[in-house]
Design a protein around this ligand. Structure first.
Ligand code: CP
Length: 321
């Protein structure tokens, strides 16, 4: 694997899930694989889980991890080709990225979308410029449109939580929009839809109010409905997430509290397990009664971020040999 930006970078999704679950059983089984190797974790935006789990994953493989908060500690980077840099940006990515490529064997980057201009965000200019100029494998720690380490984690979590009965029939996995107090990117929803449909292990349903349609390029193969109650009927896993509009880019049309997931909205599910990538706005996206119940997988899910990151880093290290 040369880079980890989206599901198409993975040749065998099931093998990667299996590798993550193997690391969960035996975290140090490849403790020498990353000896004398260094991974750089560049954050242009905040993080709790991604920054910590990826450092732990690197350590489990014997790698050194260096965290650099570019947004707070670095020079303001320019990403536009041919830019006349007489404004606020100080250093061009084509100067900075090759240096980082000398310092690190793998470069990991978090960069959120600005949610102002869809074409600019969906062009993924920032992460693509690092890929172009760094000269080492690049791993997305969440980019403008996708969050692949989260999605791999989500599939690992579903796989380990699936019951024997759910294996006989295909499980029903529902991605439901939830209200929020601010406009959020589509990344986690795009990415989950992309990975869940590509893995082809479940009937995938996406439900949201009118106006929150995701790009069809990520939801191909999923059933899409505005009827949350119908979507949740018989659901085995429910993934809760807010996102802003893709078509009317970055806009928020509805914050209808009826879309918050509660025990009542889940009552016709198949005793569904509930997932969320975190951080979560309690009693806005998801009720306390769900988050604090045995239905919630969110803590287990966040713990699994380590094994997803370890599976990805080890696959890249193995293919670099
Ligand atoms: N889910 C997730 O990516 O969490 P952080 O933003 O805290 O890294």
């Amino acid at each position: 694997m040369k880079q980890f930006i989206q599901v198409g970078d993975v040749s065998d999704i099931q093998a990667l899930i299996h590798k993550g679950l193997e690391y969960k059983q035996d975290p140090f089984m490849d403790k020498m694989l990353g000896a004398n190797k260094r991974v750089g974790l560049l954050f242009l935006n905040p993080s709790l889980r991604t920054r910590l789990s990826t450092q732990i994953a690197a350590k489990n493989l014997g790698m050194d991890a260096v965290v650099f908060n570019v947004d707070k500690e670095g020079w303001a980077l320019e990403f536009a080709e041919g830019a006349i840099m007489n404004g606020t940006t100080v250093e061009h990515v084509k100067d900075a990225a090759p240096i980082l490529g000398q310092y690190f064997d793998i470069l990991c980057i978090r960069t959120f979308p600005a949610l102002q201009n869809r074409d600019e965000d969906y062009a993924e200019t920032i992460i693509n410029q690092f890929i172009k100029y760094a000269g080492v494998p690049v791993v997305s720690l969440e980019s403008a449109t996708l969050h692949p380490l989260q999605s791999l984690t989500d599939l690992i979590t579903i796989q380990e939580s699936i019951t024997a009965t759910q294996l006989i029939k295909k499980p029903k996995v529902v991605l439901t929009w939830a209200p929020h107090v601010k406009a959020l990117p589509q990344c986690v929803a795009n990415s989950f839809a992309q990975w869940a449909t590509a893995a082809n292990f479940a009937d995938v349903v996406v439900t949201h109010p009118a106006g929150y349609e995701l790009s069809a390029s990520y939801t191909k193969g999923a059933t899409i409905t505005h009827d949350q109650a119908a979507a949740l009927e018989g659901a085995d896993f429910v993934y809760v997430k807010n996102w802003s509009s893709y078509n009317d880019y970055g806009k928020v049309f509805s914050t209808d509290p009826a879309w918050m997931l509660t025990a009542n909205t889940l009552k016709h599910s198949n005793n569904a397990k509930v997932m969320h990538c975190l951080p979560v706005r309690r009693n806005v996206e998801l009720s306390d009664e769900i988050l604090d119940s045995s239905s919630s997988l969110v803590t287990k899910q966040a713990g699994n971020r380590v094994w997803a990151a370890q599976a990805v880093l080890s696959t890249i290290l193995s293919s670099k040999k």
